[in-house]
Design a binder for this molecule. Structure first.
Ligand code: THU
Length: 134
């Protein structure tokens, strides 16, 4: 599968990141069960713990629009001064992995990208084995 379009949408969403405290901007783009794409960025807060990650922003946008399944998510992140060519792969934090596991099947794809042509592909089960479920 070619993730170019989803990576571009994640990079675009990253431009809206509000990250004055960490200086680290993150963007995410996911495909949901309906086939629609939802995007998100990190939104920081002066009360640091109130910060929301890009992945969860995208997931909550999708779920609040009626989606219940996530097929693929692309994550891009890096220091504010970087744009299309990022220096790092931004892996989802533990809390985001847990949230993704609520709506993704074990083979859901998690893509961490540095540019449209430089990315790594994982399955959810690889990044969060034995996740908590009720
Ligand atoms: N961040 C994300 O958006 N996603 C993650 O999975 C990890 C961290 C954000 C939160 C904060 O605004 C900044 O990156 C530095 O931690």
């Amino acid at each position: 599968m070619d993730y170019q379009d989803l990576i571009l949408q994640a990079l675009k969403a990253r431009e809206n990141a509000y990250a004055p405290y960490s200086g680290f901007k993150v963007g995410a783009a996911l495909t949901a069960g309906s086939g629609k794409v939802y995007t998100g960025c990190n939104v920081e807060n002066a009360s640091y713990g109130a910060t929301m990650c890009a992945e969860r922003t995208a997931v909550f946008k999708a779920v609040s629009e009626g989606e219940r399944e996530i097929d693929t998510i692309v994550i891009v992140g890096g220091p504010v001064d970087e744009r299309e060519e990022l220096s790092v792969y931004a892996y989802p934090c533990g809390m985001c992995r847990q949230v993704l596991s609520e709506f993704g099947k074990p083979d859901m794809k998690i893509i961490v990208a540095r540019s449209v042509s430089d990315y790594k592909e994982y399955k959810l089960i690889e990044l969060l084995p034995e996740s908590f479920k009720l």
